[in-house]
Design a binder for this molecule. Structure first.
Ligand code: ADP
Ligand code: MG
Length: 231
């Protein structure tokens, strides 16, 4: 068993944090951004300086799944001073909304270049087993319910169709002067995610939300994995 899964199990948890999820996914060849855990304000500052500004800070807690709803995400931080202030504000907001949450620290990562935000997910259907999901980020999936699904295992042809059949597909082909996203790289990521969940049947749910896609590739900047209940 992977050390990350073992640790969660030992702590009686089924939810992996963003950092744990990215560690597991990154080691399976899925393109995730370099994300580090900081346990103090000075450490948050020094990691930010090492990674290079602008950075993003997020609350790192297995008990806080929707980080931005809890005031737990600050993007576009340009200076050490802004990082210090965001550090205090995130911890304050989180402790107000989730006073009982166990907090591992703050995750630090570089701000990704702008692109189109998409979602890649997996959930298990009682009848069909693992199902792969693709959609556009933001309001598209939730409000417009615009997403595509395929039962795993999938072929390259399946994932190519998944990308092309969403209603918002035009967002990927270059709009408002943006170059089209690299669809082959998105296909690669969908295929790697399908392989990943086949390799780890203990993964019950997976969400890469968002994956930021542009003309050069695709990278997951948020990740959440839920494990099966231990038996
Ligand atoms: P949550 O989904 O738990 O609220 P996210 O980690 O997805 O938190 O962050 C919220 C939003 O912040 C994302 O949907 C994305 O728009 C933006 N964001 C997060 N991380 C980055 C990053 N590294 N670079 C650019 N934007 C980011
Ligand atoms: Mg997210």
């Amino acid at each position: 068993m992977h050390a990350v899964i073992e640790q969660a199990r030992n702590e009686g948890r089924v939810v992996l944090t963003e950092i744990e999820s990215k560690e597991l996914l990154g080691q399976s060849g899925i393109n995730v951004n370099d994300t580090r855990l900081a346990s103090s304000k000075p450490e948050t500052a020094s990691i930010s300086e090492q990674l290079g500004f602008p950075v993003v800070l997020k609350i790192a807690s297995p008990d806080i799944v929707h980080k931005s709803d809890a005031g737990g995400v600050r993007t576009g931080l340009e200076t050490t001073q802004q990082v210090g202030q965001a550090y205090d504000e995130i911890l304050k907001a989180a402790s107000q909304k989730y006073p009982k949450a166990s907090v591992h620290g703050i995750s630090v990562q570089k701000m990704a270049a702008p692109g189109v935000e998409v979602i890649i997910g997996m959930s298990k259907d009682a009848q069909f087993g693992p199902v792969l999901m693709f959609g556009l980020g933001g309001v598209w999936v939730e409000i417009l319910e615009d997403f595509s699904l395929r039962v795993i295992p999938v072929t390259r042809r399946d994932v190519r169709e998944m990308i092309k059949e969403i209603k918002g597909y035009k967002m990927l082909t270059g709009y408002r002067g943006m170059p089209p996203v690299d669809e082959a790289k998105l296909e690669d990521m969908l295929l790697s995610v399908a392989d990943f969940v086949t390799k780890y049947p203990v993964v019950k749910e997976l969400d890469l939300n968002p994956v930021i896609a542009d003309s050069e590739g695709a990278i997951a900047v948020d990740a959440r994995i839920v494990l099966e209940d231990s038996k």
